[in-house]
Write a protein that binds this ligand. Structure first.
Ligand SMILES: [Zn+2]
Ligand SMILES: [Zn+2]
Length: 160
């Protein structure tokens, strides 16, 4: 697994303490995190406050290191983008052409598992969107979301 510093430097960007702290928290979480969860995880880090976390999350999104996911309670959750290599492996040739042509939506076409009990959100990169090219010809698509909703294994056990 790459460190936060490697990810930022390989993207040609400048690491700061706040950027490294937020990205590290996300690397070490297998599930998507909300702004509040990131803030809580980084309690006690001097460079971190509410506004800084918002700013860093915007910056990480603008630089395509993370993406945001909408949830039922209207709070955004954030998750790392899949490493390019792994994502490429599951694309078909026609998908890559489509994604390259519409750079804006690359990395956003995968599915999310939402647990309706505990709110856990996981990225499923193996399930990618297959969107008819005609959609892109007629509609300016800024974000693609595929949601699978249900109960995570932990919550199934709790209700069994
Ligand atoms: Zn759950
Ligand atoms: Zn995702």
């Amino acid at each position: 697994m790459q460190t936060a510093e490697q990810l930022i430097i390989e993207a040609g960007l400048r690491p700061t303490k706040a950027r490294l702290a937020v990205l590290s928290a996300m690397i070490h979480s297998h599930k998507a995190l909300s702004h509040t969860e990131i803030l809580t995880a980084l309690q006690g880090v001097k460079e971190i406050d509410r506004v800084t976390v918002y700013r860093v999350l915007d910056w990480l999104q603008a630089n395509a290191l993370i993406h945001k996911i909408s949830t039922d309670d209207r709070a955004w959750k954030f998750q790392l983008n899949a490493p390019v290599r792994r994502y490429k492996a599951v694309e078909t040739a026609s998908d890559s052409a489509q994604l390259n042509h519409h750079g804006l939506v690359s990395n956003h076409g995968h599915a999310h598992l939402h647990c309706q009990n505990c709110g856990t959100v996981l990225c499923i990169h193996e399930l990618a969107a297959h969107i008819p090219p005609a959609i892109f010809a007629t509609y300016q698509v800024s974000q693609i979301e595929i949601s699978l909703k249900g109960l995570c294994p932990d919550c199934q056990q709790a209700t069994a």
